[in-house]
Design a protein around this ligand. Structure first.
Ligand code: TXA
Ligand code: MG
Length: 345
């Protein structure tokens, strides 16, 4: 298949893309979180094509993207809490799970009676949604199992030749996928951490619980509430190992390892500056910068075949740090090296 790539889409390109979607085709497009691979969410055949292009398991449901929060009425049973969250965080990086209406095919929801809804804020995503009279089903625009794409080059790397069109819109501002929540009356359950943090959500609900599956290795018992979280996502080709210890212990360990040819290091800028090594990649200074750079950095290591092990300090879990920790822990299959224990005995 010939893929039309439009790095800077104008109005005409948006209309073309909407026509492709209407005819049952696939269009990748930028959002503020990561790039998405879109199809008509009401068309079961288009959803099937999405699963096929990504090599995605069929029980992993897709997110429906909407042009405004009120559009949810057509596809799901809303509730006061949905509108509370919508007022606070939409358009933006929040996905809400609601009971679906019949119009949404089971193919789109992976067989579930619920549907995931999100209103993205990226101007290209918004223009595309405005040009369509249906919701756009869109998972992240990567091959299943690879890090999510945060620029048009990553999308082309994974999907050129497999989709009709790829729209650009710069590097994604947030860099990790949307926060996913499930509503139970006045209470919320966090299914996937993202830029809308637990602290931000807590202000709008009575109680916030976190799906315990978020912090567990994948082969442990218990199925995550978001089916996609059970898959080994975000995995680069090299083995990722998280380092746990004091700042001093982590610094000492990294300084002793980074010169080895087969070792890659992924860490904050202040630490990276201490090591003048080819395979030391800095994620940046703030937690926000680190979220933005994470997936691109994991992909970068895939272009360095000599790297067999990637060491990364375990990120702190506050704010958007929880999302960075979650994605890195999954990339590592929850493998943590405890530096203190090793030293003690
Ligand atoms: O930021 C994002 O959310 C990006 C952009 C493109 O919008 N999309 C994205 O989609 O990350 P995807 O398919 O990679 O992740 C969707 C997640 C999966 O973990 C899936 O299991 C969960 O949402 N999900 C979808 N529908 C669900 C449902 N009805 N119940 C529980 N989890 C659901
Ligand atoms: Mg994904």
């Amino acid at each position: 298949m010939q893929t039309k790539i439009v790095p800077v889409p104008d109005g005409a390109a948006i209309q073309d893309a909407a026509a492709v979607l209407k005819a049952g085709g696939l269009v990748a497009f930028p959002t503020e979180t990561v790039y998405g691979l879109g199809g008509n969410g009401l068309d079961a055949a288009a959803s099937s094509k999405i699963y096929e292009a990504k090599g995605r398991p069929g029980d992993n449901p897709l997110i429906l993207h909407l042009s405004c929060p009120e559009e949810a009425e057509k596809y799901a049973y809303t509730c006061p809490m949905y509108y509370k969250l919508a007022m606070a965080f939409m358009p933006g990086p929040l996905t809400v799970i609601l009971k679906k209406k019949e119009i949404v095919p089971y193919r789109t929801t992976g067989g579930l009676d619920t549907v995931a809804l999100r209103v993205p804020s990226h101007p290209v995503a918004r223009a595309l949604l405005e040009a369509c009279d249906f919701p756009i089903a869109a998972p992240s625009a990567n091959t299943s199992g690879r890090p999510s794409p945060t620029c048009i080059e990553h999308v082309a790397e994974d999907l050129e030749g497999k989709v009709d069109m790829i729209l650009g819109g710069g590097a994604c501002e947030i860099g990790v996928e949307s926060t996913i929540v499930m509503i139970d009356g006045e209470d919320l359950t966090l299914l996937r951490p993202g830029a809308i943090t637990p602290q931000m959500l807590s202000c709008f609900c009575r109680a916030l619980s976190v799906d315990p599956a978020l912090d567990r290795p994948l082969d442990d018992t218990g199925t995550p509430l978001a089916p996609g979280m059970k898959y080994k996502h975000y995995a680069p080709k090299a083995k990722v190992i998280l380092l746990e210890g004091s700042e001093e212990e982590i610094r000492t360990f990294m300084l002793s390892e980074y010169r080895k040819r087969s070792v890659g290091i992924l860490c904050a800028q202040d630490l990276a500056e201490l090591m003048n090594g080819e395979n030391v990649i800095s994620l940046g200074k703030s937690k926000e910068e680190q979220a933005r750079a994470l997936f691109a950095s994991l992909r970068e290591f895939d272009h360095r075949p000599e790297v067999e092990i990637i060491y990364a300090p375990k990120p702190s879990k506050d704010g958007i740090g929880l999302a960075v920790y979650n994605r890195l822990a999954k990339a590592a299959g929850f493998t943590v090296k405890k530096l203190k224990e090793e030293k003690d005995g």
